[in-house]
Design a protein around this ligand. Sequence first.
Ligand code: ZN
Length: 482
Amino acid sequence: MPKKRFFGGIALIAAASTGCGMATASPERELTIPAEPTMISFVDPSHVDGLTTRTLTSGDAGGREVHIVYPDLRDAPDLNRKLDDLAQTRLRRFTESTESTDADAPRPRPELNVDWQLTAATDDIVGVRLRTGEFAGANWANSLHTVWYDRVSEKVVDSPGLVTSLNPLTTIVREQLRKRGSEVDYDAVRPDPDLFDSMAFNPAGDLVVEFDDYQVGPGSLGRVAVAVPGELVEPLLSETGRRAREAAKEATPSPAISGTPTTSPPATSAKAGGVDCEKDKCVALTFDDGPGPYTGELLEELRKAGARATFFTVGTNVAASPELVDAMREQGHLVANHTWSHRDLTKLSSSKITDAIGRAQSAISLEVGQTPTLLRPPYGAVNEQVTSIARKLGLALVNWDVDTTDGRERNPAAVARRAVAGAHPGAIILMHDVHRTTVEAVPAILRQLTAKGYTFVTVPELYGSAGMQPGRIYYSGKQPLT
Ligand code: ZN
């Protein structure tokens, strides 16, 4: 499917002063060189041909909360392997360092979240910035890792490989950090590859060196980054570094997706109507975490069966694969919100919750021209703060009453069996279209439930004229629990 996406305006996305979010430049600053030099040049992934995303997850109902997403480029297998390795290593370390908890364990649970951005994507070079958030006890610790794929030398290069030696760079960075004040521990800055594992360029060609939380000072510092002016860094760059710098200067900037949702008509399914779930046997299939590499195939299966579903999409994936979200809407499915990057909302501050939901609202509205009315909180995790913000944003919360546990399953027949066995009139069935197993299970689910007389509807259709209220939590076609 060809990539297509056009924007009325262009703006630069900035890495914000806090670890978790990103701020977007205001419209007034469009097309200007950013005043903040540590703003990295990011590329709009929807413009990159052959790009899809991979998701590693514990599922939405597990005791450990894991959600790792990273890009996959059709023509860069070495890069894909490196990203796979990084993701698997993160997951293994996290699993070893946290105690196993079951699905009924009290919250907050240990969480690992990884999302990504492109720092370059040209014929010469690709850069991928992975942002990891880890919640072990009471706080998030955020870390960054930027890897580069040099298409000319056909080598995957970690950030230190952008320069020929870390020693002179370390001296410059230490000097720059001195200006940040006494809280920065600039003596901690040594020519250590681990410290310099996230480097990229801003649109002016300055090298932006970013540090992880707690690496060079207390967590209260927020994001610690240094921009090394282009003229200072130029003599230090390797061949790969030069290519990365050129690419950043030429980058097509990412679109501004703000945490303040735009207003457009509330989302409905274009093909809703004609079903009365008080009389008919209705079931709502829900697919979370996509769109992903198997979503196109799933849409084809649903189309063949004349079935409609609800997709709880992750904002970063919507931004990477908008054409799949278009296809969902065109086929009469309902596109709903599963937050921007799938962090457990109950562990976030109120402003971060608003941002996580609002940015996904904006990304989806931008694509489908309708504002989502449904939110599925990641891991089904809600508290009063979450419901109150959802209410303000006009979102009903949707969990599930049939869990296919497809996140942990490698056998499509087992996923199908759980879906069919759990189905009842009004059921909300939880699945994830980022897993091949799930998509392979769908034909059998559609066939068997059709044979039992079920109609496949979107979630709001289960409630008919009674409707769904923002801020309330729904588990099945019965009335909300709270
Ligand atoms: Zn999910």
